[in-house]
Design a protein. Structure first.
Length: 247
C-alpha cells in the first residue's frame, strides 16, 4: 500500500511538472507580451493616483503625500502635496528626460531618474518610468512555486538597475514582488506589493513596500489612497508650463 502511495505521489509530481513546463513554454513564446500584461495589471494607459509615503529611518519617520499622473509609455508627472515645505514641487518625465520644478526658487532644473525621491528608498524611475519595456528587455521566464519569475535586463546604462526580477501571479499577471540588482548578483533593494484593494472595478495592490537589502532600518512604504484610470489626462499636464503654473 505504501509503495502504491509513493508511486502515485511520484506520478502526480511528474504530471504537475510536465503541465507547468507546457504552460511555461507557451508563456515564453512572447515574453514582451507577458511584460506588457504585468505593466497593464496596475498601470493601464491613463492613471492618476494619490499616495501617502512614509520613509522609515532609525528612530525617525518622514511622511509625504504625492499625486502621480501616468499617460502612455513615456509621459508622467509627480506632484508633492505634503509636507507644506515641499508642496508645489513637481517632477516631469517625457521620453528619457526629467525636469524638477523648485517652487522655493521658482526654477526648473534637469533631473536624473536615478535620484532618490526626497530622501526615500524609491528613485524617480520607480514611480515615473513604470513601463519597464522602455528601459529593460525581458530575458527569461521560469516557474518558482506557484508564481512566474520574469527576468528583465537593462537595455542601456541609462536604466537605474542592471537586472530586475519580477514574481508574477500567473492568473492576474499582478506583480507580487520585485528584486533590483545593480551589478552581477548584487541585490540593491526589494519591492513587495501588499494589501489588494478594489479601485474603479480594478483590484490592485494598495501598498508598495520598498526595502533596502540587508537593512531592516531603511525602508519606504507607498500607500495608495485614491486611484483612477477612467478619465483622460489633459495634455497640458505634461508640459514645463504646468510645472510652474499648474492647471
Amino acid at each position: 500500500m505504501c509503495k502504491i502511495k509513493k508511486t502515485l505521489l511520484l506520478w502526480s509530481g511528474m504530471i504537475v511538472l510536465i503541465l507547468s513546463s507546457l504552460a511555461l513554454s507557451q508563456k515564453t513564446d512572447d515574453l514582451q507580451d507577458i511584460l506588457k500584461k504585468v505593466e497593464g495589471s496596475i498601470y493601464p494607459e491613463n492613471v492618476v493616483f494619490v499616495a501617502e509615503m512614509t520613509i522609515h529611518r532609525p528612530h525617525k519617520e518622514y511622511h509625504k503625500k504625492i499625486k502621480v499622473y501616468l499617460k502612455g509609455n513615456e509621459r508622467s508627472l509627480v506632484e508633492f502635496l505634503e509636507p507644506a515645505q515641499e508642496r508645489g514641487l513637481k517632477v516631469l518625465n517625457i521620453d528619457k528626460n526629467m525636469w524638477m520644478f523648485l517652487p522655493s526658487v521658482d526654477k526648473v532644473i534637469r533631473l536624473s531618474g536615478k535620484m532618490s525621491v526626497t530622501g526615500g528608498d524609491f528613485v524617480y524611475d520607480d514611480i515615473l518610468r513604470v513601463k519597464y519595456g522602455i528601459d529593460y528587455s525581458p530575458a527569461s521566464l521560469s516557474i518558482e512555486g506557484q508564481h512566474y519569475l520574469l527576468a528583465l535586463k537593462a537595455k542601456t546604462n541609462r536604466a537605474s538597475y542592471k537586472e530586475i526580477l519580477i514574481r508574477v501571479n500567473p492568473e492576474s499577471y499582478l506583480p507580487i514582488s520585485q528584486e533590483f540588482y545593480v551589478s552581477g548578483d548584487l541585490l540593491l533593494k526589494r519591492l513587495t506589493y501588499l494589501q489588494p484593494k478594489l479601485f474603479e472595478g480594478r483590484s490592485i495592490p494598495s501598498q508598495f513596500l520598498m526595502e533596502i537589502a540587508n537593512s531592516k532600518d531603511f525602508k519606504t512604504t507607498l500607500n495608495i489612497v485614491d486611484y483612477s484610470n477612467t478619465h483622460e489626462i489633459p495634455e497640458r499636464v505634461f508640459t514645463q508650463e504646468y510645472l510652474k503654473k499648474g492647471l
